[in-house]
Ligand binder design. Structure first.
Ligand SMILES: Cc1ncc(COP(=O)(O)O)c(C=O)c1O
Length: 429
């Protein structure tokens, strides 16, 4: 392949044509993602730009990682300042850094008091990089709690999880995935997880035994088909956790940070979990940053010096971005905006669905909206939308996932709705 024989120019600023970029990935990359046929050269706000400068509306926001929009000026400015001021580099966690301290203070105050039954101690935060690392932190916390407080023999702890959940790709986490492809051939798998149907409180109750230490739940399932549990489900989990002395941890990596119209998705049922996991949008989608947040007492119970760590977890550049993103989130009232814009968008999509032969159901909250299609092949519609300059993808095969940046404006929503109408209604008339 001639182009591969030339030297690779600086990544991201290249004038290498699309065809060659795709060829590079094909030849040198693992083929672990299905891709839409598009190379993005630039991203700003809700828009992505291709080689020729054509713009595409981002209806996916990198699975909620770009909630604040791409390259939000306040977040990028803070990061550039950190780089120019030479306080962005990784320093190892043997020293204190002001970006980490400031970020921890900001992030700890973001959720309400977690696990209040252990006291009104404030929250503490343990930072990592990708989301799944913080899921692992939460698993450690639940297991340690069971071992040290409930007297469960180490190695026997069990955590209740849910069918069709998605919490990431480490061996332990894929061990309890319902998707066989995520696990097959990767054994030995990690024991200690009991999976029950999402939304089924009776099944949860039946799964609880003397070795159960916690419940790990997505308050709404992102990858599991944009699934909303029946009303009362989270409240019921809270009650079961209280009655049986279990830690209830909400994975808000995809549905937190305003995505569903509240700061945290668990707020829809007015419950407070014992721990919460955030990632994706936490650093403005510009660098990986995830956290496990819990009651200060619980964090200190589980983690002591040397019991956990991460070279880049909480490093200065990520913390600068995280602090800036949390301030943007609050200042621009993104959760509130997501609720009002999402209600309008869902109504308009429902009106399209009512005239479409393809739509089984429209569901969602805030700017987290799924369009389940009758054929079960949502990707076919995503490809048609790409031809009309909209980027979205499927969730669980059967559902078109609509989750644009929360900063989307009326004009951008019109752009999206018009194209959804074209592929779901007009092309049949
Ligand atoms: C709910 C949820 N948890 C965990 C993860 C894993 O996050 P990451 O891919 O950053 O490891 C994801 C990613 O999509 C997710 O949606």
């Amino acid at each position: 392949m001639d182009v591969l024989e030339k030297r690779t120019p600086n990544a991201g600023f290249s004038t290498v044509p699309d065809k060659s970029i795709m060829a590079y990935e094909e030849q040198f990359g693992a083929h672990h993602y299905e891709r839409l046929h598009m190379v993005v050269r630039r991203a700003r706000g809700c828009w992505l730009f291709d080689e020729k400068g054509n713009r595409y509306l981002d209806g996916l926001a990198a699975y909620s990682a770009a909630n604040t929009g791409h390259h939000h000026p306040a977040i990028t400015t803070a990061m550039i300042k950190a780089l120019k001021g030479e306080f962005a580099s990784v320093l190892s966690n043997v020293v204190y850094t002001d970006p980490l301290g400031l970020f921890l203070a900001e992030a700890a105050r973001f959720p309400p008091q977690l696990a209040e039954r252990f006291g009104n101690n404030g929250n503490k935060v343990l930072p990592k990089n990708g989301g799944v690392e913080s899921v692992e932190t939460a698993i450690k916390a639940m297991r340690y709690y069971g071992y040290s407080q409930k007297g469960i023999r180490d190695g026997n702890q069990e955590i209740i999880v849910f069918a069709n959940s998605f919490h990431g790709r480490t061996i332990s986490v894929v061990s309890f995935s319902s998707t066989e492809k995520y696990r097959q051939g990767f054994g030995p798998l990690t024991p200690g997880f009991v999976s029950v149907a999402f939304g089924d409180l009776f099944a949860v109750k039946n799964a609880i035994n003397a070795n159960t230490c916690g419940i790990l739940v997505e308050p709404m399932q992102g990858e599991g088909g944009m699934a909303i549990p029946p009303k009362g489900f989270l409240k019921g989990l809270r009650q079961l956790a209280d009655e049986n002395d279990l830690l209830l941890v909400c994975d808000e990596i995809q549905v937190g940070m305003g995505r569903t119209g509240k700061d945290f998705c668990f707020e829809h049922e007015e419950i407070v979990p014992d721990g919460v996991i955030l990632g994706k949008a936490l650093a403005g989608g510009l660098v990986p940053l995830s956290v496990f947040i819990t009651n200060a007492w619980l964090m200190d119970l589980v983690f002591s010096k040397g019991s956990d760590g991460s070279t880049f977890g909480g490093y200065p550049l990520a913390c600068v971005a995280g602090t800036a993103a949390l301030r943007v989130f609050e200042k621009e009232q993104l959760a509130k905006g997501s609720a009002t814009k999402g209600a309008v968008l869902k109504q308009r999509i429902q009106a399209i669905a009512d005239r479409s032969p393809h739509v089984k159901e429209v569901r969602g909250k805030g700017l987290f909206i799924g369009i389940e299609v009758n054929s079960g092949n949502a990707m076919a519609f995503c490809k048609k939308l790409l031809d009309l300059n909209v980027i979205v993808n499927d969730s669980h095969g059967h559902t078109i996932r609509i989750s644009p940046p929360l900063i989307i404006n009326d004009h951008e929503m019109d752009f999206l709705v018009k194209r959804l109408e074209t592929v779901l209604v007009d092309e049949n008339s």
